[in-house]
Design a binder for this molecule. Structure first.
Ligand SMILES: Cc1ncc(COP(=O)(O)O)c(C=O)c1O
Length: 312
């Protein structure tokens, strides 16, 4: 089986193309979504995803038609039916279909769910990020299906030959277009606080726990573009990205003038380049923070795989 679809109570083996043209997700982006990674047939950190999903629904006053136990049953059933043990489950809930008016009409919210095969996250020698203006709305903690600013940022990154966009709001690095951002400076780990300017990643939540259990000093504090020169390691996290080491950060030209003094702006657009992990190890006498966290993350995934897949 390749991709499995679910819409409005039914499973389909091909895209059913069944969504009404006047669905509010289609017309307004009036809906929220989640993506869960499946390892060895078992959805990873599903409860945390459902917790965030429930918060997203409440934040936009969207009626969630299923209690959590029913979501868990539906997701497990979809994974079993797909016969995919390495997969991602994407689901979204929209406010449903009605003649187009901006206020909330009387509608039944509609579930779409897709299970796709997922290959392991690329073990790159290090990703390139394009620093790019964060032009999203002020409530990005809501995982809304309105992703146009993220799409535009990702496309610019793609055109610049980068793997991800690193979003910058008023000189402050918020997160990636589809991932959370992490920085290590003098052995301490920094990530943007979970306020309304970032999506509180499920992987971020796990990494904070792993860092604590490894005794890595951590602070939820934003890093600015001009502080990048003091940073030793950068990595990004996300459900399908996992923990992605960053090799370099280049800047979109409009961002270079946000650096506080003209002297701080490098002549070309390169803002950060990592020290080779082996060199870093030699300098600090211990494994780089990114590598320690990646090893702990791999253990958490192995633990997930070693549990038997659940039946619905
Ligand atoms: C904007 C943004 N930030 C962060 C993340 C990472 O969140 P998670 O770890 O829950 O996948 C995502 C994932 O889609 C995202 O879109």
């Amino acid at each position: 089986m390749s991709t499995l679809y679910f819409y409005d109570g039914h499973f389909y083996e091909g895209d059913p193309a069944a969504v009404p043209l006047e669905d509010r997700g289609h017309e307004f982006g009036d809906g929220v979504y989640e993506v869960v990674r499946v390892y060895g047939g078992r959805p990873f950190l599903l409860d945390w995803h459902l917790e965030r999903f429930e918060r997203s629904c409440s934040a936009i006053a969207l009626h969630n038609p299923l209690p959590r136990a029913d979501w868990i049953r539906l997701i497990h059933e979809a994974v079993l039916r797909s016969h995919e043990s390495e997969a991602q489950v994407y689901w979204q809930l929209t406010r449903g279909a009605a003649p187009r008016v901006h206020w909330f009409p009387q509608t039944d919210s509609k579930i779409t769910l897709i299970v796709r095969p997922q290959t392991a996250a690329a073990s790159t020698g290090g990703a390139t990020l394009l620093a790019y203006p964060d032009e999203r709305w002020a409530n990005v903690f809501v995982k809304t299906i309105n992703l146009l600013p993220n799409v535009l940022a990702k496309e610019s990154a793609h055109r610049a030959g980068a793997d991800e966009a690193l979003l910058v709001r008023g000189g402050v690095i918020t997160e990636g277009a589809g991932s959370n951002a992490w920085f290590v400076s003098e052995g301490k780990l920094y990530t943007h606080p979970a306020d309304r300017h970032i999506l509180p990643g499920v992987t971020r939540r796990l990494v904070l726990q792993l860092a604590q259990s490894l005794g890595i000093p951590t602070e939820e504090r934003a890093v600015t573009l001009s502080q990048l020169k003091n940073v030793e390691e950068v990595f990004m996290t996300g459900t399908t990205t996992e923990i992605l080491p960053v090799q370099k950060i280049i800047a979109e030209s409009s961002l270079l003038n946000q650096l506080s003094t003209p002297q701080e702006a490098p002549p070309e657009s390169l803002l950060y380049e990592c020290v080779h992990p082996v060199e870093l190890w030699a300098q600090t006498g211990e494994a780089p923070v990114t590598e320690r966290l990646r090893a702990a993350f791999a253990e958490a995934v192995a633990h997930c795989r070693n549990h038997a897949p659940m039946s619905p």
